[in-house]
Design a protein around this ligand. Structure first.
Ligand code: PEP
Ligand code: MN
Length: 338
């Protein structure tokens, strides 16, 4: 349910509401809006109907949240969430671009890529240190050494680090190095992992599962939000269909669809979404035209030698061209990149 506070409600009134909600075994999430403060209440609400919340001082109304996802819903928070992680700002009219290799391979590779993508206008650096791979024989990442190299690249460039965490027990380790924790598509419904990142206060980039519906996607985000971590970005990265001309099918209608239902920013991954480097520039531009709040793109100084995902990875000149096109599209739709 949503408890809407009166415009003139006192801090003590809000405290009393929060105490009553907690005494019912429910979790309150306070959202201070520009016009009103609301308390989103989540948990098993069966005992709350006759709790007299409506009659507490300062309460204007108590309403049900109709969407199955609660804290993620626009019903709870009308204003868009802006996620900030150092140099990276995603949402609220600013388009953040996260770029870098699929996986961290070595010092020179990651630092050189970081400098190049920053100079081209990226504000975040991606790079997998823990790489979930379909085949157990594929490169699984440099693990902690990869995290150390990412931290060196941040030192050298100032770029925020976006890197994947694949297991709940790795969250403290990855969290020591990362500015944004990436949850990979294959882990979108790994609920223990979602709860573990929900206990941190680090921004989370949650990738859509290749077979997940929008409702499942938003309910996965809700696991992170319900833990008290409000800094969640949703990432459309393509889904599994009957098509084989692209690695996945990249549906861009999800961008405006999600933005109508959630305040969370929506990032698009045209690299995994297509699987082909020559399709990335236009699908990145199309994502910006569709209203995406951010892009995550694979870039490598020499994609042919990349340890993973080389076929969908841009080289630096192609990334620069992509950024030029995206900047022009962003200006045309009243947005700004950077
Ligand atoms: C990645 O970003 O390199 C990755 C593995 O992506 P996804 O989880 O979307 O497949
Ligand atoms: Mn990849």
């Amino acid at each position: 349910m949503i408890i809407v506070m009166q415009a003139g409600a006192m801090p003590d009134d809000l405290d009393q509401v929060l105490r009553r909600v907690e005494s019912l075994g429910l979790r309150p999430h306070v959202i201070v809006g520009t016009e009103r403060t609301v308390v989103a209440v989540v948990g098993d609400e069966r005992g709350a109907a006759s709790s007299g919340l409506e009659s507490l001082a300062g309460v204007a109304s108590v309403l049900p949240i109709l969407a199955p996802y609660k804290v993620a819903s626009r019903e709870v928070q009308a204003e868009p969430t802006v996620v900030r992680a150092g140099s990276l700002i995603v949402g609220g009219g600013r388009i953040g671009v996260i770029a870098g290799p699929c996986s961290v391979e070595g010092r020179e590779q990651i630092v050189e890529t970081a400098r190049a993508v920053r100079d081209a206008g990226a504000t975040g650096l991606r790079g997998g240190a823990f790489n979930p791979q379909t085949s157990t024989y594929s490169f699984q990442g440099l693990k902690e050494q990869g995290l150390e190299l990412l931290a060196e690249a941040r030192e050298a460039t100032g770029l925020a680090i976006v890197t994947e965490v694949v297991a709940p027990e790795d969250v403290p380790l990855v969290g020591r190095y990362a500015d944004v924790l990436q949850i990979g598509a294959r882990n979108m419904q790994n609920y223990r992992l979602l709860e573990a990142v929900g206990r941190t206060r680090l921004p989370v980039l949650l990738k859509r599962g290749p077979a997940a519906t929008m409702e499942e996607f938003l309910l996965a985000a809700e696991y992170v939000l319900a833990g008290g971590n409000r800094n969640v970005m949703l990432c459309e990265r393509g889904i599994r269909t009957f098509e084989t001309h692209t690695r996945f099918t990249l549906p861009l209608a999800t961008v405006p669809w999600l933005q109508a239902r959630t305040h969370l920013p929506v990032v698009v991954d045209p690299s995994h979404g297509t699987g082909h480097a020559n399709l990335v520039e236009r699908m990145a531009a199309a994502s910006v035209a569709a209203g995406a709040d951010g892009l995550i793109v694979e870039v490598h100084p020499d994609p042919a030698k990349a340890a993973s995902d080389g076929a969908q990875t841009l080289d630096v000149p192609s990334f620069r061209r992509m950024m030029d096109v995206c900047r022009r599209v962003a200006a045309a739709v009243g947005r700004e990149i950077g």
